[in-house]
Write a new protein. Structure first.
Lengths: 259, 125
């Protein structure tokens, strides 16, 4: 049942179950601990789903054809959360890199659902094909020279998980409260509120509406180079500096012998 | 189009973004492996990017998507530097543990080994 406070008991229970599961997945060395952690995280996700079930049922009634109710949205959304958790808790960096690439595929699907195909392709090419694969190679190189994975946990993983639980309670609880406060049961009132938000956005400065007649990449280029040229120039300089400094950092100079 | 469809999509995306952000924050604070720390930070940036895209889609303009591109480029810059530091850590110290960062010093101009690297080498022997 939706409540109008951040401190919903179900939500708090879900966050702390997820925290306990993450702790077991992070520090667990035995199979039993890892499976117990996975069960706790699954239970937390189920509780989270039940907490938002009232809103989801209402959404399904008023928006039966909504994209957010279809498997096209649910599978990438759930997949992104699960693969992100596996990325963070994987014991070996190379396994983490593989899960990260899977997470990028899920987020790319989410971008495509939001009509941002250009960003989806960019994520797969730049982050997946560039950074992700580069990290995979570095991780495999580290494992080839005998790098250990035992010392990869912080000294206070329990404290980190508790802080993560509190952050989740605040973030998701605030979102939960705003959902409850928008009087979502009154369909007509909600529709009027959403249309008022759209009208306010259209009159704001810097608004560039989506033109369905033009290709998306043309519109993306106009938005970047026409509306935000300074940001693009700063990013280009940053990338250039990063490439040069990265080359200098990685260079194996003659005076350095491996330890 | 029914405006409530967009509202439904916005809410679901913000929820996913919040969960992803928390998972990334926990990973960034809990792990000491350089590569996994980079992945955790990238997950947090992806969460921000998904939220920006959701707002952009909801309001029907391009600003959020452009901000998503900027976030993507910042992640790429971060990735280049992390990969370079990772290669250096592996080649010099045979590890990806960020807590041994302080042992990674620049070479002296004369090409001699620094004091700390010589100490580590002596301990290794």
């Amino acid at each position: 049942m939706m409540s109008d406070t951040i401190f919903s008991p179900t939500l708090i229970a879900a966050c702390f179950l997820a925290g306990a599961g993450m702790y077991l997945l992070l520090v667990g060395r035995r199979t039993v601990a890892i499976w117990l952690g996975a069960v706790l995280v699954s239970l937390a996700l189920t509780l989270l789903w039940l907490e938002f079930a009232t809103a989801i049922d209402w959404w399904k009634q008023v928006t039966p054809n909504s994209a957010a109710a279809s498997p096209l949205f649910i599978f990438p959304g759930l997949g992104a959360i699960v693969t992100a958790g596996m990325t963070v808790t994987a014991q070996k960096a190379s396994k983490s890199a593989v899960w990260f690439l899977a997470m990028l595929c899920c987020t790319a699907a989410l971008y495509a659902i939001h009509d941002a195909q250009f960003l989806a392709v960019g994520t797969l090419l730049i982050l997946g094909g560039g950074s992700g694969t580069l990290m995979l190679l570095v991780a495999q190189r580290a494992e080839a020279v005998g790098s250990d994975s035992e010392s990869t946990i912080a000294s206070e993983p329990l404290l980190v998980c508790i802080c993560g639980c509190l952050l989740a309670v605040v973030l998701i609880g605030t979102f939960h409260r705003s959902l409850a406060a928008t009087s979502i049961r009154d369909t007509e009132q909600m529709r009027a509120t959403v249309e008022r938000w759209h009208a306010r956005a259209e009159t704001s400065a810097g608004h560039r509406p989506i033109d369905s007649d033009q290709p998306r990449n043309v519109q993306a280029g106009r938005s970047m180079l026409g509306d935000h040229p300074v940001a693009v120039v700063i990013l280009a300089v940053l990338l250039l500096v990063a490439i040069i400094s990265g080359t200098l950092l990685a260079r194996n100079s003659a005076g350095q012998t491996p330890i | 189009m029914n405006p409530l469809h967009d509202y439904h999509l916005l809410n679901s995306s913000l929820l996913i973004g919040a969960v992803l952000f928390v998972v990334g924050a926990v990973g960034l604070a809990a792990r000491r492996n350089l590569i996994v720390m980079f992945f955790s930070a990238a997950i947090m940036l992806q969460a921000v990017s998904i939220s920006l895209c959701a707002f952009s889609s909801f309001h029907g303009d391009w600003t959020g998507r452009t901000a998503g591109w900027i976030v993507l480029a910042i992640t790429a810059v971060f990735g280049i530097l992390v990969a370079a530091v990772g290669v250096r850590l592996v080649e010099r110290l045979r590890t990806l543990d960020i807590s041994r960062w302080s042992e990674l010093e620049s070479p002296s101009p004369l090409g001699k080994q620094t004091e700390s690297s010589a100490t580590v080498e002596a301990e290794h022997d």
